[in-house]
Write a protein that binds this ligand. Structure first.
Ligand code: C2E
Ligand code: MG
Ligand code: MG
Length: 735
């Protein structure tokens, strides 16, 4: 019952929609207009037909009058006729009654024979009538088939109220012998105009004549109705076809308004206005997509900017941010003569906590520490995490820096000294703090950090769990920078450097595509020293060119010995890209080793690009050789993304930081996906760095990253294992 009502309402709604729609209006208008045109055409046609038929009957009747009068004249020689100028007989002239006994005697024919003769020729009945002046009526005295004898009829010219025009005779329907005949009525008069009778010749009865006409009308109405129906159907069909795209285009616009921009607009191929409308909607859709894309790029840039300046675990600002803030705080303090304290602190028993209870507990301790310290800070103070369990703090004070610094430090020690309740665990950690104040202990960030560091060291040396304010004369035992620099010169000469190779594989099927060359220093006492320790020293001392040249030659020579197709990626340092002879050095290494240029790729870190504004000519020269150029550690610089479009990169290497958090952080996931989309748009390949788990790899497969590198596939090794099967191949094979 309810369902029935609902269907009825829907039908009514559809009806209303149809009536209100453009399609409904145009179709209804066309249907009414065409129906009116057809009906008026048909009525006019019928009227014309009717009058031409009447004319035809009249003509026929006149001819029959002519034939009948000729028959009479051929028998009754005393009879003459009166003709109109058109040649039409208008009356028969006779001095006496035709068909009376005397005329029978004279001619030997009875009137019925004469009329029969006429009837043979007209194939219709013919009547001879006598006029009775007293009744002014006509009486049939003879007729061709001897049926109407004695019938009296009134002068049809009067009954029909139709006095014939001059030169015409009466024609029309007259009832004779209970039947209506269409006749010609030819008066018989004496030469002086006295009416004697009349000759009537039929062309058929009304039944005969009108039946034919009725059949014609019936058929024509049927055909007319059929044509109307066919035209109506054609109009509905054509209108529907013409307007059919309109709802789809309205839908397309509504979808765009809802930000659903995935569907391409249909009907753009049409050449009419609908096609133009569809094209305009498609242009709008593309503009919206483009705008959305730009928004995403901006959002990604903002997220990257945030990540570049913040620590992912605690959400605190990182070292970079702290350094920038310290620079501006120092310049502020100079102008308003206020003071600044830099507090450096780290946790005392953090390592054993981490080792005993695991990273999750260690992370929780760091988060709780940051919250406890934050709760002690004023609105202008800034807390940052430098890495591991190291924190730094900038405290802005109007004056008496030392006093305020010491107060804050003791409150921090108290806060961190409170037990940490994590699950069922109750942990006790402490902190050591070093304080340096500006302007008293230094007026630049490097000096302040250094002095705070010395003070921190003093706290640790004095037994931890306390703070020290920097004092002149504080020193750090054995700063190893100078010694490292000196040793590095020797290392090159003694060939203590080694190039290790880390595999890079294709994400979809685990196929090995190449290796990254990573330099190490096999130090006689320190063991294998990572590049992060000695490359900055080499850059400072200028030794980096020699190391870079050596690594490039070594890597090219090694790669040339591999099967063709495998590539080699070589890291280039900030100093090197600024040197004019870099393209030359690469050309030499290629020439010497015989390695095809397209198998070599150089890696430049993002932050490095910013420092080297003049890197473009070298990069262009390197690309011209056919050597690829990758942005290394993408996402760690603080650049706007525009440099990607300006510099000739062939690959983006997504920094390990994003990949390590890809399973846990939505932000990192969205940075990875939008970077991959961006790279695809800029026609660059993508490599994910630092892949350590199957879960990370699976996500990269889903996101469409092309290649990957990380401990999951293999650590950097002196001897690359060229034929090993990488885990991704196992995953791909299992699927
Ligand atoms: P990079 O170019 O981004 O190299 C990747 C670094 O991540 C390597 O560290 C590699 O051992 C490490 N790594 C790779 N997969 C994983 C993983 O799954 N987990 C983790 N935790 N780490 C992974 P490495 O060898 O210590 O190199 C550090 C940086 O030193 C390199 O970063 C590169 O910028 C620089 N470097 C290395 N070799 C050279 C060189 O010959 N010349 C120059 N100028 N710089 C170099
Ligand atoms: Mg690299
Ligand atoms: Mg990297």
């Amino acid at each position: 019952m309810l369902a029935g009502k609902a269907t009825q309402t829907r039908r009514w709604d559809d009806k209303l929609r149809w009536r209100g729609s453009l399609l409904g209006k145009v179709t209804s208008f066309l249907l009414v207009a065409v129906a009116l045109a057809y009906v008026s055409g048909a009525v006019t046609g019928w009227l014309m037909l009717e009058s031409s038929q009447r004319e035809e009957w009249r003509r026929q009747a006149k001819t029959n009058a002519q034939i009948s009068s000729s028959a009479i004249r051929s028998i009754y020689t005393f009879v003459t006729v009166d003709l109109a100028p058109s040649g039409q007989i208008v009356r028969i002239l006779s001095s006496r009654q035709i068909g009376d006994d005397q005329s029978v005697l004279d001619t030997g024919f009875i009137p019925a024979d004469v009329l029969a003769l006429a009837s043979v020729q007209t194939r219709q009945p013919v009547w001879l009538m006598q006029f009775d002046p007293t009744t002014t009526q006509f009486t049939v005295i003879s007729d061709s088939d001897a049926s109407g004898h004695g019938i009296v009829i009134t002068d049809p010219r009067r009954t029909n109220n139709q006095e014939p025009a001059a030169g015409e005779i009466f024609t029309g329907f007259v009832s004779i012998d209970h039947q209506r005949h269409f006749i010609s009525f030819l008066p018989i008069e004496t030469p002086d105009g006295q009416i004697l009778g009349a000759l009537a010749a039929s062309i058929g009865t009304a039944d005969e004549l009108l039946t034919l006409r009725a059949a014609f009308y019936r058929n024509s109405i049927l055909i007319f109705a059929l044509i109307m129906l066919a035209t109506g159907a054609a109009i509905v069909f054509v209108m529907h076809r013409l307007f059919h795209p309109v709802p789809a285009l309205i839908d397309a616009l509504k979808r765009i308004a809802r930000d659903e921009t995935g569907n391409v607009t249909p009907y753009r191929r049409r050449t009419d206005e609908i096609g133009q409308l569809a094209t305009a909607i498609e242009t709008l859709r593309e503009a919206v997509v483009e705008r959305e894309h730009l928004r995403q790029v901006r959002e990604t840039a903002a997220q990257m900017e945030h990540l570049a300046h913040h620590d992912a675990l605690t959400g605190l600002p990182n070292r970079t941010f702290l350094q920038k803030s310290l620079i501006s705080a120092l310049s502020d303090s100079l102008s308003d003569e206020s003071a600044i304290n830099v507090l450096l602190f780290d946790l005392d028993r953090f390592k054993p906590v981490n080792d005993t209870y695991g990273h999750a507990v260690g992370d929780e301790v760091l988060i709780m520490t940051s919250k406890r310290v934050l709760s002690l800070l004023g609105p202008d103070d800034l807390l940052a995490r430098l890495g591991g369990d190291e924190f730094a703090l900038i405290q802005k004070v109007p004056r008496h820096a030392r006093h305020h610094g010491q107060r804050l430090a003791s409150r921090i020690l108290q806060a961190i000294g409170r037990p940490y309740h994590i699950g069922d665990l109750v942990l006790q950690v402490g902190a050591s703090i070093g304080i340096a104040s500006a302007p008293e202990h230094g007026d630049n960030p490097a000096l302040l950090f250094n002095n705070a560091d010395l003070a921190l060291y003093a706290s640790k040396a004095a037994g931890r769990g306390m703070f020290h304010v920097f004092k002149a004369g504080m020193t750090m035992p054995g700063s190893n920078r100078t010694t490292l620099g000196e040793e590095l010169v020797e290392a090159l000469a003694k060939e203590q450097l080694e190039v290790h190779y880390q595999p890079i594989v294709q994400v979809t099927d685990g196929r090995l595509t190449g290796y990254e060359a990573l330099v190490r220093w096999r130090h006689p006492q320190r063991g294998l020293v990572p590049p992060g320790v000695f490359i900055p020293v080499a850059e400072e001392t200028g030794l980096i060119s020699d190391i870079g040249r050596w690594v490039m030659r070594q890597a090219c020579r090694e790669a040339a010995s591999w099967q063709t197709g495998l590539t080699i990626s070589v890291n280039i340092s900030a100093r090197e890209i600024g040197q004019d002879d870099l393209p030359e050095r690469i050309r030499d290494a290629l020439g010497e080793s015989g390695l095809e240029p397209h198998r070599l790729e150089i890696e430049l870190t993002e932050s490095l690009l910013l420092e080297q504004a003049g890197a473009l000519p070298a990069m262009v020269a390197i690309r011209a050789m056919g050597v690829g150029i990758a942005v290394d550690d993408f996402g760690t610089g603080y650049a706007t993304l525009s440099y990607l479009a300006d510099l000739p990169f062939t690959r983006i290497k997504l920094d390990r930081r994003f990949i390590s958090a890809i399973e846990t952080s939505r932000d990192c996931r969205s940075i990875v996906t939008s970077t991959i989309a961006l790279a695809r748009e800029l026609n660059m390949a993508t490599t994910a760095e630092g892949v350590e788990t199957a879960g990370q790899l699976e996500l990269l497969q889903v996101f469409g990253c092309q290649s990957a590198q990380g401990y999951y596939f293999g650590k950097p090794e002196l001897q690359p294992r060229l034929n090993s099967l990488h885990p991704v191949a196992v995953i791909a094979a299992a699927q």
